[in-house]
Design a protein around this ligand. Structure first.
Ligand code: GLN
Length: 199
């Protein structure tokens, strides 16, 4: 199995390491690569867009040609996991400022996202949340200037909420998380994504 982490800006290394740990735990033979050019994405069975700064990631996706490539592959069924800034980039709709600024969004997932939804007072925090798709044990969720999903439509499934707001969701081959699973030793979120990539 070949998984690529979009490595233009943000928490790329941590994401690669967490995906490797999840492969090891689930007994999957595979490679995890750092993807920064469109040509490197052809053979991938799964793509991860990490956290970082969504405005920068969006612009660099366009500049490298990865914008069209990731979009094409996702539309052809390749699983894509978007984490935090990556979740914003997956969305069809952003908040008013995002839309007004013309921030590039892949527009793949039927979700509306709000950037920096927890405000400046609470830039980062951790909380245990029930995420039934990952199993019975609560999952440690690390939020860093996190967005939330304000609205979902069509067949998007809500996977987790915090304070009533949606913080994880799935639509077929697309998976979005507002928190950073790569920053905890728990590999269940990445293992879940790898199962999607197995088909
Ligand atoms: N606040 C960032 C953004 O809007 C996302 C933060 C993150 O990815 N940790 O792009």
């Amino acid at each position: 199995m070949k998984i690529g982490v979009v490595g233009l800006q943000g928490a790329v290394h941590e994401q690669i390491e967490a995906t490797k740990r999840a492969m090891l735990r689930s007994g999957i033979q595979g490679e995890v690569s750092w993807v920064s050019r469109a040509g490197q994405a052809n053979e991938l069975d799964g793509i991860i867009i990490p956290g970082g700064e969504s405005t920068t990631i969006g612009k660099l996706l366009v500049a490298t040609g990865l914008f069209e490539k990731v979009k094409q592959k996702a539309m052809a069924g390749t699983p894509v996991l978007g984490i935090c800034a990556g979740m914003i980039v997956l969305a069809k709709e952003g908040d008013e400022r995002t839309m007004h600024a013309g921030q590039p969004l892949l527009g793949l997932m039927d979700i509306k996202v709000i950037r920096n939804a927890f405000g400046r007072q609470r830039e980062s925090f951790e909380v245990d949340l029930g995420v039934p798709a990952f199993g019975k044990e609560p999952f440690r969720c690390v939020f860093i200037r996190a967005p939330v999903i304000e609205k979902v439509w069509r067949d998007v499934e809500t996977m987790a909420r915090y304070q009533g707001k949606i913080v994880a969701a799935r639509q077929h081959n697309l998976l979005a998380m507002a928190f950073h699973p790569e920053l905890t030793p728990d590999t269940r979120a990445h293992e879940y994504f790898l199962r999607m990539c197995k088909g």
